[in-house]
Design a protein around this ligand. Sequence first.
Ligand SMILES: C[S@@+](CC[C@H](N)C(=O)[O-])C[C@H]1O[C@@H](n2cnc3c(N)ncnc32)[C@H](O)[C@@H]1O
Length: 217
Amino acid sequence: MTDTYEQLQQYAKDHTSRESESLQFIVKATAEELQYDDMLSGRQVAGLLRLLIQTGNLKQILEVGMFTGYATLSMAEVLPEGGRITTLEMNTLYKSVAERAFSKSGLADRIEIIFGNARETCVSLEGGLDLIFLDADKQYYPEYYKILKPKLTSGGLFVIDNVFWHGGVLEPSDRKSRAIDELNNMIAKDDEMETVMLDIRDGITISRKKPAKPISD
Ligand SMILES: C[S@@+](CC[C@H](N)C(=O)[O-])C[C@H]1O[C@@H](n2cnc3c(N)ncnc32)[C@H](O)[C@@H]1O
C-alpha cells in the first residue's frame, strides 16, 4: 500500500462523524478487557450502515457476528420506530462487553442477541429482513448467503464486510480467502441482486435484492 493510500484512509476516517459516548465505551472496554480491537467494524463501516438504515427507513436488521456490539449499537441508535436488531454471536466474553454497553445506552430493548453458532441459529430465523450485515465466520460466507438471501425482503440489503480479506481474494490460497472470493463471484453474477463493492477499509459489498418484476399478460 502506498503512503498516499494510507494517508487517504486516515483522512477518510478523520472526516467521518464522531461516535456516541456509548460507542466510545465499547471501543475502550474492548481495548482494555480483550487487548485486541481489530475486529471492531469502526466508524466508517458502522457509519455506512447507519446511513443505509436511515435513508431506507429499514426496520428489521440481522447482524451475523456481533463481537462487542459496536455495529449493533451503532445501528440501534438510528433505528426507526418499531425497528429491531437481531444479532448472532457465540463468544461469552464478547457478549458480556456488548450487554453492558447496550444496557448503559438505554437501547437494549431494540436488540436481541441469539447466542450460539450462527451457522445453526440463522437457519430458523424468520424472513422479512430489511438489512443483513454479514461479518462472521468467513470460511462459510457462501453458505450464509444461500441460507439468508431468501429471508431478505424484496428491495432489502445484504451488506458484507471484509470482502477483500486483506488482499487474500486476489490470489485465494487459504480457506477463508477462497470462500470470500467464491461469495464475491456468486453475488456479482446473481441477477436477482444489484451489487456494488466498495474499497472502504477491508472491502465492503452492498447488494440489493431487486423487487420481482410484475408478470405481464
Ligand atoms: C469481525 S467480528 C464482528 C464485528 C462486529 N460486527 C462489529 O461491528 O464490531 C466477528 C464475530 O463473529 C463471531 N463469530 C465467528 N464465527 C461465529 C459463529 N459460527 N457463530 C456466531 N458467531 C461467530 C466472533 O466471535 C466475532 O465476535
